[in-house]
Design a protein. Structure first.
Length: 595
């Protein structure tokens, strides 16, 4: 039987939209001895709109306007691609971490025939712009993927001597690639019978092959430059995050993997089609970050390059950075759009697509449509969150105050609940030491048992022994960005009424025990921490050097028989926006260099 679902989510052109709250992606490895890392008509389900905005549903949905300012014709309005196929529950991974099911990282965004299609690892999301209706179907290819053995030698060859990629300009083909040159890499691959020359520079090179066969080679940076800039100790795997064609030039966004001291320079390369000159810019404010995507708007004289950004570390392939960046090459002016300073829904933009006057921004937490000519205005943003829900039995379900709690804290009776995260309890992770007598009995945990974190409006109050302090170390400040207070909820951001944590704000800690959340670090069973919340919203009640008092608005339910489905929610700002309480509390906290 085909399960279908449709969500009516009209964009609200006159309202500031803000919300947020995984990013699970394949991480890669480089040497230096380390890892570097459709289709369905769907049941009607109306998205609840703020009451003061519900009368705007008759507006031109998604802001679709012709170049001359006129509205679409009746014939255009009727045309909208439909998707047909099955909608399955969130898949339970067999050979991967249990939280992989919440991977909504976009792999592509396509805009055509009045339809916006977002492809993610497990689902295809489609927005009919004329009606504001979202459809979701399971992505068949995700289940069909096979896990091939990792070929380390092939991986090294792809770093040292990668294949050229192509882009076509007016019928002419340009080929390009980025590669790493290093003595250790040459020796590892036995590229020559002799030892690598002692004067061989460890450096990153960009190569461009013109249609006539001429090759332009440009050294982008050396390991000495990287160390001098205090960005890293060794060169990460270089990649091209994306390429765009403007009227007079070709642009590439060059980046590098990060982790265990590996890094690179975030670089923008421009090739002038008339003069054949290749120039490089390194926007200062995003050095130490990775570029995930690039798009271009405007003319060459008034060009804006839009960049997605993130950071990475050992076991953490994706960490929030500068969000969506608007960079103007002519003036080198840079503007950051983050979850704390804009309506951006999701901290890490992975895909950028320009269609007419709209910039579509796909994050690990949802998608935004931005009127790019006025992106600094909140009303220019329409955003939707990708989340999950589950239907509960009529009799209700027991809820627990933490992931490993023995006894239920209450019973939840509701037709449906928003599902935020999942935590698995494995018997093979349990050692003889059980530090918390309130946690579930270690001997009763099977390999397939897990609990889901769900939104819970009453919430639970919690007193933690960990407190907070102001970060003074320069490097730690750069990593912390705007949040210069180190406290238990530091991975949550202020959303105007509460602290929230998007899916792509959850650090995966793949080699550090998995995602960490709010909870007493001393309460654990073996290697499993007893999290009170990983994504639940937080209300900060008190903060000192000695402890933290807060209320978290989530609970945990046994998930063995629970079926969880993806859903789309129109993002909206809180009706009453309050100052961040950390701004006041920070004054009474001690200063410290950082963790």
């Amino acid at each position: 039987m085909t399960k279908t679902k449709r969500f009516s989510a009209f964009p609200l052109a006159d309202s500031p939209l803000a919300d947020s709250p995984l990013a699970a992606q394949c991480w890669r490895y480089t040497f230096a001895g380390v890892m570097i890392a459709a289709l369905g008509l769907l049941n009607a389900c109306a998205v609840t709109l703020p009451s003061d905005q519900s009368d705007q549903s008759d507006q031109n949905v998604s802001g679709r306007v012709s170049a001359d300012g006129s509205k679409p014709s009746a014939a255009e309005t009727l045309a909208c691609d439909s998707l047909e196929g099955q909608l399955e529950p969130l898949p339970i991974p067999q050979n991967a971490a249990i939280f992989e099911q919440f991977d909504f990282q976009p792999k592509s965004i396509e805009v055509a025939n009045n339809t916006v299609i977002v492809q993610t690892p497990h689902y295809t999301f489609a927005l009919c712009q004329n009606t504001g209706t979202w459809s979701i179907v399971s992505t068949e290819s995700a289940a069909a993927e096979t896990n091939e053995d990792f070929d380390y030698d092939q991986f090294l060859r792809e770093i040292a001597d990668p294949e050229y990629e192509e882009m076509t300009v007016n019928g002419d083909i340009y080929e390009y690639r980025i590669r790493l040159q290093a003595p250790w890499l040459t020796e590892q691959l036995n590229l020559s019978t002799a030892e690598a020359p002692s004067n061989l520079k460890e450096a990153v090179y960009f190569e461009l092959k013109a249609p006539n066969g001429d090759i332009t080679t440009r050294q982008l940076y050396t390991v000495e430059e990287l160390r001098s800039a205090q960005l890293g100790a060794s060169l990460g795997e270089p990649t091209i995050a994306g390429a765009v064609i403007t009227g007079e030039a070709l642009w590439w966004a060059a980046t590098a993997s990060q982790g265990e001291g590996d890094s690179g320079f975030a670089s923008l390369l421009r090739y002038d089609l008339a003069t054949q000159a290749l120039t490089v810019q390194r926007p200062e404010d995003i050095q130490g970050e990775q570029i995930t995507a690039i798009a271009a708007t405007g003319t060459d004289e008034n060009l804006t390059l839009w960049l997605g950004t993130k950071m990475a570390a050992e076991g953490n392939p994706a960490l929030p950075a500068s969000g969506l960046v608007a960079y103007q090459p002519s003036t080198q002016a840079l503007k950051q759009h983050t979850v704390t300073h804009s309506p951006l829904v999701g901290a890490i933009p992975y895909q950028l697509t320009v269609a007419d006057e709209s910039l579509w921004v796909g994050t690990g937490n949802g998608i935004c449509q931005v009127a790019w000519q006025a992106a600094e205005q909140d009303k220019s943003w329409n955003c939707w969150r990708f989340t999950a829900t589950a239907t509960l039995p009529a009799a209700g379900v027991d809820i627990y105050a933490s992931a490993l709690a023995k006894q239920p804290a209450a019973q939840l009776k509701a037709p449906q609940v928003e599902v935020l995260w999942v935590d698995q309890m494995r018997s093979n992770q349990i050692n003889s030491e059980q530090t918390d007598s309130t946690a579930v009995d270690a001997t009763s945990i099977g390999p397939e048992r897990w609990r889901y974190e769900v939104a819970y409006a009453p919430g639970f109050e919690l007193q933690l022994p960990e407190g907070g302090y102001r970060v003074t170390n320069e490097v730690a400040q750069r990593i912390a960005g705007d949040d210069l207070v180190f406290w238990p909820g530091r991975e949550w951001h202020w959303a105007g009424d509460r602290f929230v944590r998007g899916l792509d704000e959850v650090a995966l800690n793949l080699v550090g025990g998995g995602p960490h959340g709010i909870g007493d670090a001393n309460n654990r069973v073996g290697f499993s921490f007893d999290h009170n919340a990983i994504r639940g919203a937080i209300e900060l009640l008190a903060l000192s050097a000695e402890g933290t008092k807060l209320r978290y608005y989530s609970a945990w339910i046994d998930g063995d028989d629970l079926q969880v489905y993806p859903e789309v929610v129109a993002a909206s700002a809180p009706k009453t926006v309050s100052p961040n309480p950390l701004d006041t509390m920070a004054a009474d906290l001690p200063a410290a260099p950082g963790p």
